[in-house]
Design a protein around this ligand. Structure first.
Ligand SMILES: Cc1cc2nc3c(=O)[nH]c(=O)nc-3n(C[C@H](O)[C@H](O)[C@H](O)COP(=O)(O)OP(=O)(O)OC[C@H]3O[C@@H](n4cnc5c(N)ncnc54)[C@H](O)[C@@H]3O)c2cc1C
Length: 414
């Protein structure tokens, strides 16, 4: 089969499906190709921040509403940070959240459900032509764009414009855009599903355990609507290699032997296998476009370097990609030069956040800092209030990323 199209979206994860949905909103038809057959699993923490809903609303309010009313997700109202010295601090996403309870915007849900939800939204759209179970392994530059094909060559798409959305291991990103994995800008992650963990927070605060031996990184416990929990560890690849850490062993060791976890896991069951996957970080600015293509989501290395969150940024970049491609079509200009505006718009919004998170990630290497900050936060209302506002105000996050902030705290002058 040989297809011809103006736009081909490569990959149907959150970035690919949202790029296609945004294109459809703009009246542009496209072809979407994915190597998986949906519903499919994706190794992830399954925690979706409010950025996801905010971006979906910008694409289509009705899709966002359908997601909000779906039963496969469990709302989450905040985060519990647990420092290496076992002091914990609960930080709601919004101050006075108990009085204002409505929809927190953040939730936990299995990626198999979330991605299938977006996939079905795509399939309902007559302008989006989806091809599943097609592994695109060749991308050849042609006079008018790219020719994508599978290994046997019996599936080919010729497109003027490619929205690359095929994730962290994208052959397009490697071979055409020339990105390389750099261990200081990459996280190694593993995920397990458990049932029967005790002591779940009433308002489903997600749990981040900053354990001494997985810094810079953390062990997470995110509770799912079906009583199961997603438990995993993410750690900077450079440190995994330097400290020769086996993340699977670290996870099992942590839940069996860490004093604050072992009782909670005493009757828990590990469901299936522990699985791993990489997280390409946006802690370095990269060129996200070239003649006839733009890179989105994990294929553009856009994951937050501190939180490991990538779904919100994937959807944001996909939305901007679709808007940029619509402009390119109207001018019939798919050149490197024209597509430069895509990078400008993506980084205008994401770069300040990514830079701050990179600073926080560097600070998180020292366990004493966590111990100090959480001890202070648990005793001092002002520090706790500051940490709560960190979720909403970039200026506050800036403060937390500044070494002077800690010096002032030490001398009680903040
Ligand atoms: C262990 C771990 C924990 C994480 N936890 C979180 C979290 O809690 N919250 C969060 O926001 N983010 C988290 N992330 C990051 C998040 O998973 C990614 O940022 C997100 O999936 C990016 O979406 P995407 O659409 O760019 O890529 P993907 O979701 O990877 O989708 C890519 C799609 O492309 C398809 N594809 C791949 N190769 C080909 C090919 N050759 N041909 C055709 N199709 C192809 C795949 O089948 C897939 O459907 C985590 C990641 C990991 C590894």
């Amino acid at each position: 089969m040989k297809l011809e199209t103006t736009v081909c979206v490569l990959g149907a994860g959150p970035a690919g499906s949202c790029a296609a949905l945004q294109l459809a909103k703009l009246g542009i038809d496209c072809i979407v190709v994915d190597k998986a057959s949906f519903p499919r699993d994706k190794v992830c923490g399954d925690a979706l921040s409010s950025k996801v809903l905010t971006q979906l609303k910008k694409i289509d309010e009705n899709i966002a509403k359908r997601l909000q009313s779906s039963i496969f997700k469990k709302d989450s109202w905040g985060v519990t940070f647990i420092a290496p010295n076992n002091i914990s601090l609960e930080i709601p996403y919004a101050p006075n959240y108990l009085e204002k309870k409505g929809d927190p915007g953040s939730f936990v849900c299995k990626r198999i459900d979330f991605d299938h939800f977006l996939f079905r939204e795509m399939k309902m759209n007559p302008g989006i032509h989806v091809y599943e179970s097609i592994d695109i392994v060749k991308q050849v530059r042609t006079e008018n764009g790219y020719l994508l094909s599978n290994a046997s060559g019996n599936f080919q798409v010729q497109a003027k414009m490619i929205i690359v959305a095929n994730g962290a291991q994208s052959p397009f990103t490697k071979e055409i855009a020339g990105f390389k994995v750099e261990h200081k800008h990459y996280i190694a992650g593993i995920r397990a599903y458990y049932s029967g963990i005790k002591e779940i927070h009433d308002d489903n605060f997600i749990e981040l355990h900053f354990l001494e031996n997985v810094l810079p990184g953390y062990l997470w416990i995110f509770h799912l609507p079906n009583g199961e929990a997603n438990v995993g560890i993410g750690m900077l690849s450079k440190s995994v290699a330097r400290k020769k850490i086996n993340l699977k062993k670290s996870l099992l060791d942590a839940v069996q032997n860490t004093p604050e976890l072992k009782d909670r896991f005493a009757k828990a069951n590990l469901l299936g296998k522990i699985q791993g996957y990489g997280l390409p970080l946006g802690s370095k600015k990269r060129k996200l476009h070239g003649d006839h293509y733009v890179l989105t989501g994990d294929a553009g290395f856009l994951i937050d370097p501190f939180s490991g969150e990538g779904i919100g940024n994937a959807i944001y970049s996909a939305r901007i990609a679709a808007i940029t491609v619509a402009e390119a079509i109207s001018r019939d200009d798919y050149s490197d030069n024209f597509l430069e505006r895509y990078d400008r718009e993506v980084y205008r919004v994401l770069w300040p956040e990514l830079q701050l998170s990179h600073k926080l990630q560097k600070l998180a290497r020292s366990s004493w800092l966590f111990n100090f900050l959480l001890r202070l936060g648990s005793k001092n209302k002002q520090v706790k209030a500051l940490m709560i506002s960190m979720f909403h105000e970039v200026n506050i996050r800036k403060k937390l990323a500044s070494p002077m902030f800690y010096v002032k705290l030490l001398f009680n002058k903040s």
